[in-house]
Ligand binder design. Structure first.
Ligand code: ADP
Ligand code: MG
Length: 358
């Protein structure tokens, strides 16, 4: 290379370096909230500690408010709606409850009814409303009671929304066995709402994490948010890694996991976990965990539950119907299934070979 050519190259290199923005690192503000029946970790990246604290305080108040509003049994708007749904009366309810119903009607249809928040009575029959009550004596529900509820076939389309121009929307149910439980959806919708609130406050780098169900904004000072996914094995052998996989998340991506290893009760040596197959009325079989990556947190939440129930054979079909590209499913025998798009993104931290399903 001639001398002038080398000088030119050096100049171009210098120019490229000079043009790159100076990445000054901004401080992270972290706070843990106990709200929405769970621990929620909030991380904000901001140069302004006061702005960050005000944002966290607003999120805390809003999570509390939505938790009360959307709790299926304890005194808020949804609990009141549930009391009225068992009769055929038409009544007004909170606008956000109407929105949850509408969105769930669509998602339930797309999931072939596997995601079905209308099965609130089944969830209550299984006493999953008592999972946080340490002194509760769990019993198996009467098989006939399960059979009756499955036969009554409560569905989201049983709820009719009536809109008129001069008054608020009103609803009624054409099936008295409908009772709403948004346990598989509300956390996602709430996280989506909080991310929107951060953006209006001009915060564009954040992570909201409810025990592994999460959404990110922007980057962590220029690098993607790196997330670990828990190993769903019940009792990890000393050799197995408690973290199954890692994934880098980019702006506005959500990651939600449904598993059978955290919320369950034991009865006569058997475990009964909290995700119910609406077709049988019993806890879904065949799956240990499902992780879904999607932009919208509500969709990711509903889809992780639906694909858990769909299981190792049916999940690709339901994922397609729900418009989900990124899925990891771990079955009862610890086999790992990945969609092609997820295989591109995820870094497995185990020696097991994953099965890529097209
Ligand atoms: P987690 O809340 O532990 O992250 P999920 O998002 O999968 O897990 O939600 C499970 C909750 O959803 C249950 O506790 C119950 O309230 C509700 N649920 C159970 N089965 C279904 C179902 N088939 N469709 C909709 N909601 C369900
Ligand atoms: Mg869910």
């Amino acid at each position: 290379m001639k001398h002038w050519q080398r000088a030119g190259l050096l100049f171009i290199l210098l120019l490229i370096t000079a043009c790159q923005p100076q990445q000054t690192s901004q401080p992270l503000h972290q706070q843990q909230l106990f709200t929405f029946g769970t621990l929620i970790d909030i991380t904000l990246v901001s140069n302004n500690p006061q702005q960050a604290q005000q944002a966290i305080d607003e999120l805390s108040t809003e999570f509390d408010r939505l938790h009360e509003l959307w709790h299926p049994w304890e005194g808020g708007a949804l609990a009141r709606a549930n009391q009225q749904l068992s009769s055929s009366v038409t009544f007004a309810t909170a606008p956000s409850v109407i929105t949850l119903i509408q969105q769930s009607q669509q998602l339930s249809k797309q999931s072939d009814g596997l995601f079905n928040p209308a099965i609130g009575q089944l969830i209550k029959l299984w006493q999953f409303d008592q999972l946080d009550n340490e002194s509760f004596q769990f019993q198996l529900p009467e098989p006939d009671a399960i059979k009756t509820l499955v036969h009554q076939n409560p569905r989201m389309t049983d709820i009719i929304i009536e809109r008129s121009q001069d008054s608020e929307p009103r609803i009624h149910s054409i099936n008295p066995s409908v009772s709403l439980d948004f346990g598989a959806f509300a956390k996602g919708v709430a996280i989506e709402t909080m991310i929107r609130k951060l953006k209006t406050r001009n915060i564009h780098s954040a992570l909201i994490n409810a025990g592994g169900d999460l959404k990110v904004l922007g980057t962590k000072n220029g690098t993607p948010w790196r997330i670990g996914i828990k190993n769903p094995e019940y009792s990890p052998k000393p050799s197995s890694n408690p973290v199954l996989a890692a994934i880098d998340l980019h702006n506005e991506e959500s990651l939600f996991t449904s598993g059978n290893y955290e919320r369950f009760f034991e009865f006569q040596g058997q475990r009964y976990h909290h995700i119910i197959d609406p077709r049988s009325g019993y806890p879904a079989k065949g799956t240990r965990s499902v992780t879904v990556l999607a932009k919208d947190a509500g969709l990711a939440d509903a889809a992780s539950t639906a694909l858990f129930i769909a299981g190792p054979k049916q999940w690709p079909d339901i994922a397609r119907k729900m418009g989900i590209d990124h899925v990891m499913l771990v079955d009862e025998d610890n086999r790992i299934y990945l969609s092609p798009a997820m295989a591109q993104r995820i870094e497995l931290l185990t020696t097991a070979q994953a099965i890529i399903v097209k």
